[in-house]
Design a protein around this ligand. Structure first.
Ligand code: ATP
Ligand code: MG
Length: 221
């Protein structure tokens, strides 16, 4: 599904590459964790896979689409269609309610109000926050905000979930609960790539990739 070949990323005004000659294959429906020290290139790698950032050289194929050749609207469309992001800080709209945040991706489509409501409520049910629908997201806990972010990405569709330290701001128990939710989506067929500093969380994946100085040091399992 994802094929990276000799991907190098050099940020402007930086001497050392953030990624150096990285090659990686990810199968459809796989669950992968990325570990490594701060600055090792984890977020850079995830952002390139999610097309939030451009690679400097190398090739990136997604189901045989040459992503490294795409630009502008095409790239935007690719991201919208395929990629769901989960961040440590949830990236929700602060002045909106839980319901409104989850509804957001649907507003651009051809859904009636009734259809939107049905879909959003289903996802809130799935993530266990249905009773919080009318609360402002600033009034709920971190774990609940992360559930809201996950409900939103489910509504948006997409076959690839990229999570950059999704449990980083949560206590251990809440972190595991969020991972279980993401893993349920993986079991339903979505490809899941998770960055984590937590060995226990990292080892839950089918495959663990360790980065050091912008290179893949080892793959485990
Ligand atoms: N926008 C940027 N401009 C310049 N340099 C950057 C930029 N983003 C990252 N870097 C550099 O690229 C390298 C890799 O950064 P990256 O954010 O990928 O690391 P990381 O493994 O995600 O670290 P952390 O665990 O702290 O999040 C670092 O040296 C970092 O300083
Ligand atoms: Mg990072």
């Amino acid at each position: 599904m994802i094929k990276l070949r000799n991907v190098t990323k050099i940020y402007e005004h930086r001497e050392l590459p953030a990624l150096k000659d990285v090659s990686l294959d990810v199968q459809d429906g796989e669950y992968i964790s990325i570990m490594g020290q701060s600055g090792s290139g984890k977020s850079t790698l995830l952002n390139i896979i999610g097309t939030m950032d451009y690679l400097t050289s190398g090739e990136y194929y997604y189901n045989d689409i040459a992503v490294h050749e795409m630009k502008g609207d095409k790239l935007h469309e690719f991201r919208r269609k395929h990629v769901g992001f989960v961040f440590q800080n949830y990236a929700l709209m602060k002045s909106y309610t839980v319901f409104e945040n989850v509804e957001l991706p649907l507003l651009a489509g051809r859904y009636s109000g009734r259809e939107r409501k049905k879909l959003v409520n289903e996802m809130l049910e799935f993530t266990g926050i249905r009773d919080l629908a009318d609360k402002k997201v600033t009034r709920i806990s971190g774990g609940e905000q992360q559930r809201c972010a996950i409900a939103r990405l489910m509504v948006a569709g997409g076959d690839l979930i990229l999570a950059d330290e999704p449990t980083g701001a949560l206590d251990h128990e809440m972190g595991i609960a969020i991972m279980e939710l993401l893993e349920m989506l993986n079991k339903r067929g979505k490809t899941l790539i998770v960055i984590t500093h937590d060995q226990e969380i990292g080892s839950r994946a089918d495959r663990m990739i360790r980065l050091a100085d912008g290179q893949i040091l080892e793959e485990a399992k």
